[in-house]
Design a protein around this ligand. Structure first.
Ligand code: ATP
Length: 344
């Protein structure tokens, strides 16, 4: 049935979290049947917003493989998102036999900090400098712990001595963890959302956002003296996303960065990067855009744009979320007999 050119023969599914609402609504708007795979007790948003034709409930997400055959029988195409990768585990993603939108291999490059750096630097992307040892610190740095839960425990330091003092404080309260010492870029955070269609061979800017992080986005509400007195520790727990429209003169650079990242990905993996992806970084006052992370899939920062962004409005003249854009790509691939081009 995978050779069918009728989208009615296919179902689109994802896990009920992260960007599932826009993925499922978008799929339905394009004419697909939809399935939402939820953990018990987490189905209400998907019922209330009525985006799924069917809801499959699991005791826990790690039971996913128990229902995989059901998905295969329904000719289901799975759409990965951030929580999908986190819940199933990057190593298990490779074992998925159901149809999977996007290159699985690319997820290995985005989830390993060293590989990610090799990819982005190879694509000519500006990145914050990384210091291999604390003694080399000669400017403001941010110390990031691996597997940090929402940036918990991250701290800033200006010298080796300050690093060691703050690291000791950290170790007094937390278990020892691997960390990365990265140049801290003073500027504004900007997350750039792209879509590259292998069917149309076009790169699109979908939207931009910044994260709304607790407590980093509220520290300014407390006077500096009080911050010191009560010993506030900055954390970066994401609670939501705030839309941004970027200064228009930056757009040529944003396009160029997207093209370069795709081009480089083709050297690293067989299929290369396609579908939605996001460059995450900070723009400094000289308008240098430093990227510290790439997400090779749909990001939650696209959620404010379920009805489309200013950029998708320019291009489509109809509501076009990133979720819907994915479904449209799949639809076109099916109808033109090129489905394998968008699966990986
Ligand atoms: P992940 O996105 O993998 O979950 P995380 O949320 O733990 O990672 P980051 O996204 O790397 O952490 O960063 C947390 C916060 O610190 C974000 O607000 C980000 O904008 C900011 N930040 C990260 N790196 C830098 C940097 N080099 N310079 C300035 N700000 C940074």
């Amino acid at each position: 049935m995978n050779n069918s050119r009728n989208i009615k023969d296919f179902t689109i599914a994802t896990l009920g979290s992260h960007t599932a609402l826009q993925i499922l609504k978008g799929a339905r708007d394009e004419g697909f049947k939809t399935i939402c795979i939820c953990e018990r007790g987490k189905t209400e948003p998907y019922e209330s917003f009525n985006v799924a034709d069917e809801i499959i409930t699991l005791e826990k997400y790690s039971d996913f493989f128990q229902i995989e055959q059901q998905l295969i029988d329904k000719n289901t195409i799975l759409i990965p998102h951030g929580s999908f990768v986190a819940y199933i585990g990057p190593e298990n993603i490779m074992k998925i036999k159901a149809m999977h939108y996007g290159t699985k291999e690319i997820l290995n490059w985005e989830s390993d900090r060293n590989k990610e750096r090799e990819w982005l630097l190879g694509a000519g992307i500006k990145m914050p400098k990384v210091f291999s040892q604390p003694e080399d610190i000669d400017r403001t740095v941010i110390v990031k712990f691996h597997g940090a839960d929402g940036g918990m425990g991250y701290f800033l330091a200006n010298s080796p001595a300050e690093f060691h003092r703050k690291h000791q404080n950290y170790l007094a309260k937390n278990k020892s963890k691997a960390y990365m010492i990265q140049e801290y870029i003073v500027g504004v955070p900007v997350y750039s959302h792209y879509f590259y269609s292998p069917i149309d061979d076009t790169l699109e800017i979908m939207s931009f956002d910044k994260r709304y992080e607790s407590n980093a986005d509220s520290v300014g509400r407390v006077a500096a003296k009080d911050q010191v007195d009560v010993d506030i520790e900055t954390s970066y727990t994401v609670t939501g996303n705030v839309p941004i429209v970027l200064r228009e003169s930056l757009l040529p650079q944003i396009f160029k960065m997207g093209h370069n990242v795709i081009e480089k990905s083709r050297e690293l993996t067989s299929g290369g990067l396609f579908g939605p992806f996001c460059l995450e970084g900070v723009i400094d006052p000289q308008l240098n855009y430093y990227i510290f992370e790439i997400s090779a899939r749909i990001v939650a920062g696209t959620n404010p744009y379920i009805n489309g962004s200013p950029y998708t409005w320019l291009k489509y003249n109809e509501p076009m979320s990133t979720g819907r854009r994915i479904a449209r790509d799949i639809k076109k691939a099916i109808e033109t007999g090129q489905l394998s081009k968008v699966l990986g």
